[in-house]
Design a protein around this ligand. Structure first.
Ligand code: PRX
Length: 659
């Protein structure tokens, strides 16, 4: 480090608050702090401001219908089409030649779609879907890598009113089958493969394995030829079709956007919960699209003409809301990148920021920590001066990583929005507004205008500043999930039961996060308080991983916890009891890891597998995960007096230190 670096670092370590730069404020979409009062004083009508970002076919007469809490409805008698709102209307307002999607493949191949070109292909694929028998309200599963055909397929589904269920391409065949079975989905769109760190991956092989476990008839599968060389030698069956053939057969076709009620389902997204079974989060057409458009405008500061890049995968909610729906609804240019951030070199992302002159960049803290580890010479060798705003999402960002991002990527001239939200919330909920709020590294900020989030104690009382408690949301918001697909009971149990008082007509949403509040009303998220762990910003249920481990031959019992990890935030630590006659050896460890990758995917791969004779259990037989977490983190062990077998804690710890 040079002397000036040392000085800079010393200054930044001390600095706890950062003001948005004047140059940003001058051009910000929102810079008047009155917005908070305007929303509060005019709630729920304030949310019309979000609905105004959309073109409605039939206007709505009521903003919020709260007659059947907590089944809230937003703009409920309005009608619209999401694909029309993301494409057609931009063409009608003279922006047909503006770029909608810029795509970069891992090997440097590129594709770009203007809004007109996007319109053409979405229409052709929508006609293709219809010819394959897809009708309004049929759930279509998309199991696709980061290629333009993924947003095209999503928008084609939206055009004909068929909800999509996107399954992250990194998930395993079994995970695909579980989700198709749960949704009763009879149509699958997938791809032959994609590139990851230079290697072609056999995605269609995985999709085929998944299809073999689907319990109902799958009417049709469409396969995009991404690799352009039948590398893995798969042939298509009669009900499996090549994407290009479908498009060519429907060349020039036009499909009128189907009129959807605001409350009709736009998509389903499966996410991990406390039990082993993923939850099918249901999002609707009007409220979700209005909310993602509004937050893209207010928080990401996007407008038509901006080039915006969110480096997430569309297979997660971040990609749905802030690569596809929000940015396209506000008419911006959205960048998609197929591959790994360090391929071929660790400056790949910065090369792309420079190449495309990206204005706004949104990523996960885990990526920022990796960039920090790789060193500032990588961004330093590129011109990043096009950037005006940076964002993070998915997990807490530690102040050191925040400051590194601020200095080395933002050149101290871009505000950072640390956005807290969830699959269930549809869009951002807690964040500073970049043209208004002072930033405090590590703290997401105040709730957004119109969002009524608080931090409470176990009795439901507001906590005092400085203390830790549970995050709750008291009032509904347009982007919220409407229910868990075909499972209203679980919807109530998971999100509403804990802090609501239905008899008093009081409904409180519980996101299952712990949080801290400061005297300025800024919220610092402390992480999940349920059995969900957050690996590299990806949400995994410990139960899902445990059930994969216990189905490995030779395993009697397992407990999984999240332990701290320098880059990933949290990593999977597994504690395993072997069956009689089996040894906790390298071979068993390997088959456990394989079993987890098979059941879920490589992201759930345990960082460590520890074999033990017993697990620490309370007298009622409940595993005390807190102790296992403390062991994983090498922390001081807390109270063990309620354990039936306190001696086991020392034994596991001793084993860890001898490994
Ligand atoms: O624990 C919170 C964490 O991610 C969880 C939601 O995960 P998922 O539904 O997969 O959505 C991730 C992308 C929106 C939350 O319950 N989380 C999300 N954003 C933040 C965060 N934790 C701290 N700070 C954030 N900005």
């Amino acid at each position: 480090m040079t002397d000036s670096d040392v000085e800079l670092e010393a200054r930044l370590v001390e600095q706890e608050t950062f003001e948005p730069p004047e140059s940003f404020i001058d051009q910000a979409n929102i810079s008047d702090p009155d917005i908070y009062d305007e929303f509060e004083n005019n709630w729920p009508e304030c949310w019309e401001r979000a609905a105004e970002f959309l073109d409605w076919e039939e206007d709505y007469s009521e903003v919020l219908d709260a007659s059947d809490e907590p089944y809230y409805e937003w703009f409920s008698d309005g009608t619209l089409n999401a694909s029309y709102n993301c494409i057609d209307r931009h063409i009608e307002t003279g922006r047909k030649n503006q770029t909608a999607i810029k795509w970069e493949g891992e090997h440097g191949s590129t594709r770009s779609y203007t809004y007109q070109e996007l319109y053409r292909e979405v229409n052709e694929f929508a006609a293709g879907l219809r010819s394959l028998g897809v009708e309004a309200d049929d759930v279509v599963t998309l199991y696709m890598p980061m290629i333009p055909e993924l947003p095209i397929a999503m928008l084609a589904c939206a055009r004909i009113g068929a909800p999509h269920s996107v399954v992250f391409a990194g998930f395993s065949a079994k995970a695909l089958a579980t989700r198709m079975n749960a949704a009763g989905s009879a149509h699958l769109i997938t791809a032959d493969g994609y590139y990851r760190r230079g290697e072609p991956l056999d995605h269609f092989g995985k999709a085929q394995d998944g299809l073999a476990d689907v319990e109902h008839t799958v009417e049709a599968t469409v396969v995009v030829d991404r690799l352009e060389t039948n590398s893995f030698g798969h042939d298509l069956d009669d009900n499996q079709h090549d994407w290009d053939t479908i498009i060519n057969t429907h060349q020039g076709a036009r499909v009128d956007p189907v009129s959807r009620n605001a409350e009709d389902m736009l998509f389903l997204m499966y996410t991990s919960g406390t039990t082993g079974k993923p939850k099918g989060v249901k999002h609707t057409t009007g409220g979700y699209l209005a909310y993602t458009a509004w937050t893209s405008h207010a928080v990401l500061d996007l407008e038509p003409g901006d080039t915006y890049w969110c480096s997430a995968d569309i297979g997660w909610i971040t990609g749905h809301s802030y690569i596809v729906y929000g940015p396209l609804a506000v008419g911006t240019t959205t960048v998609m990148y197929e591959g790994a951030p360090d391929y071929p070199e660790r400056d790949r992302l910065w090369e792309l920021v420079e190449k495309y002159a990206v204005d706004v960049f949104y990523t996960a803290p885990t990526a920022v920590r990796a960039f920090m580890k790789w060193g500032k010479s990588h961004p330093g060798s590129h011109d990043l001066s096009s950037l005006r705003l940076l964002g993070t999402v998915g997990e807490p960002i530690n102040p050191r990583a925040w400051k590194w991002y601020y200095t080395n990527i933002g050149n101290e001239s871009c505000p950072i929005v640390d956005t807290w939200w969830q699959t269930e919330t549809g869009g951002m909920m807690i964040s500073t507004l970049p043209g208004i709020g002072e930033m405090k590294p590590g703290s997401a900020g105040p709730p957004l205008p119109g969002v009524d989030a608080s931090v409470i104690d176990t009795d439901g009382e507001q906590i005092s500043p400085g203390q830790a408690g549970y995050l709750t949301v008291e009032k509904p918001w347009p982007g919220m999930l409407r229910t868990l697909y075909q499972n209203d009971e679980r919807f109530i149990d998971e999100y509403w039961r804990e802090y609501s008082d239905p008899d008093a007509g009081d409904w409180t949403y519980f996101p299952e996060d712990g949080a801290k509040l400061d005297e300025d009303g800024y919220i610092t998220i402390l992480g999940r308080v349920d059995d969900v762990i957050n690996v590299s910003g990806h949400r995994l249920g410990t139960m899902e991983i445990e059930s994969a481990i216990v189905s490995t031959q030779g395993v009697a019992e397992a407990a999984v916890v999240g332990g701290n990890h320098e880059i990933k935030g949290e990593a999977v630590y597994a504690y395993v009891i072997t069956e009689d006659g089996y040894n906790g050896d390298a071979e068993l460890r390997e088959s456990i890891i394989e079993g987890v990758e098979d059941a879920i995917g490589p992201i759930a791969r345990p960082e460590q597998v520890r074999f033990t004779e017993e697990l620490p259990k309370t007298r009622s037989g409940k595993i005390m995960r807190r102790l296992l977490e403390e062991i994983a983190n090498g922390e001081e062990i807390g109270d063990t007096t309620t354990l039936r077998n306190p001696e086991i804690v020392d034994e596991i710890e001793a084993k860890v230190s001898s490994d």
